[in-house]
Design a protein around this ligand. Structure first.
Ligand code: AMP
Ligand code: MG
Length: 404
């Protein structure tokens, strides 16, 4: 039994960057950037009006109201370079270049424009720079705006577009084979017969894989049969990563470890001091990483999150691979009699003063319905047998934390 940290660092030590490739911007969502990106332009590229209103010289508005002749109309897209003579105003739109000589924009609500006379009354004085974003005030050409190792969400895709990247260097997505084992499992579409249960790990882990940016290249379900398992493992080892579900505990029909070893997989650990999920196999053959997840649905999902996901992200070049951790105040006590680091399903919410965690009443590591209600895992260290209501504990945010 090895500690969680040691297991995780073993995994990350073996998860090496696969390769960089170039993808169109529109396909880059959730990919990991493979190189720093610098801006090719100043932002804004010209002194830009932040308001619809009137560009003026601030010294012309010291005594208000003041009436100024409107000498021009500047709309967004107009070329910069217009000059504003002293004692005049230019009607200007949000996003338009502020004329040279103008030092501020007064918003339209604080003006009264008489179109017939072509004059505007400025009702409140302005200070220099008011409602004007100077050229390059956000970003200068050459500034690094995104760093290698960042995962690309919508906001970062916007940045890539703004700096002219229609194709993006990203880490290649790992190709993963998923092998679900168990004589008892039947697919979702069928009604389980006596002694059977539906295969929930297949779809859940496949979704976790996709969420982590991997490609599910091959999915197989096999019974607890050595020959069938050996065939599926053989095929699975031709991928970047092989993930198995079930068959890793100590039962007579838990065949995964033995078959992996006979297939030439070097086992790096087989037991982690974690709850749920102590039996957890990690190994490799050549460049292929192998994970044997416990069959219990909650164990499979939690160990995936803690070990497989970081490996997949690291293979894509991600700098951060861990789920965010926060501190939360417990609403009810939680116990940990396992002697291992325990992860208890909880529902986290924000209250004035910080996060509060409501531990959920789980029936254990098979209780996938309660796990699906959790948005966080409350963590109790191996030596902490109990945390009382009101105590502050670390909590790992799950992907579901961000689901509305
Ligand atoms: P195992 O790790 O194979 O000993 O399985 C542990 C428990 O998880 C058993 O109760 C299995 O029936 C259950 N289990 C195994 N595989 C799956 C699966 N694919 N979906 C849901 N439950 C499973
Ligand atoms: Mg089994």
């Amino acid at each position: 039994l090895i500690p969680v940290e040691q297991a995780l660092s073993t995994v990350l030590d073996h998860a090496s960057f696969l390769a960089a490739e170039s993808v169109p911007l529109e396909d880059a969502l959730h990919r990991v950037l493979a190189a720093d990106v610098a801006s090719d332009v100043d932002m804004p590229p010209f002194a830009r009006s932040a308001m619809d209103g009137f560009a003026v010289r601030d010294e012309d508005t010291r005594a208000t109201p003041v009436t100024l002749p409107v000498v021009a109309q500047v709309k967004a897209g107009a070329p910069p370079g217009l000059r504003l003579p002293p004692g005049s105003a230019a009607e200007i739109m949000t996003g338009a270049p502020v004329p040279e000589g103008a030092t501020a924009v007064q918003q339209v609500e604080k003006t009264r424009f008489e179109r017939q006379s072509g004059a505007v009354a400025i009702l409140e004085s302005v200070v220099p720079g008011q409602n004007v974003a100077p050229r390059g005030s956000e970003v200068r050409a050459g500034d690094v705006v995104l760093k290698a190792g960042e995962r690309l969400g919508p906001a970062r895709l916007g940045v890539l577009a703004a700096v002219g990247r229609s194709s993006v260097p990203v880490g290649r997505r790992p190709k993963v084979a998923l092998v679900v084992t168990g004589d008892e499992v039947v697919e979702a579409a069928s009604r389980p017969g006596p002694g059977q249960i539906r295969n929930s790990n297949g779809p859940a882990v496949a979704a976790q894989l996709r969420d982590a940016g991997a490609i599910l290249a091959k999915a197989t379900t096999v019974g607890d049969d050595e020959e069938a398992l050996a065939g599926a493992i053989d095929e699975g080892l031709r991928h970047d990563v092989l993930v198995l579900s079930g068959g890793v505990s100590k039962g007579v029909f838990d065949l995964v470890e033995g078959v992996l070893e006979r297939a030439g997989v070097e086992l790096l650990f087989t037991q982690v001091a974690i709850k749920p999920g102590a039996p957890l196999v990690f190994g490799r053959r050549g460049q292929t990483l192998v994970f044997g997840l416990p069959g219990n649905p909650v164990s499979a999902q939690v160990t995936f999150d803690l070990f497989v996901r970081p490996a997949l992200l690291r293979q894509q070049g991600a700098a951060d691979t861990a789920r965010p951790r926060v501190e939360a105040r417990l609403l009810r006590p939680v116990k940990n009699r396992s002697g291992r680091r325990a992860h208890h399903p909880a529902h986290l919410s924000f209250e004035p003063g910080g996060f509060v965690a409501a531990p959920l009443d789980s029936r254990g590591s098979a209780d996938l319905v309660v796990h699906a209600r959790a948005n966080a895992l409350v963590v109790l260290e191996a030596d902490r047998t109990e945390a009382a209501a009101g105590e502050t504990v670390p909590a790992l945010l799950l992907a579901s934390f961000l689901d509305a």
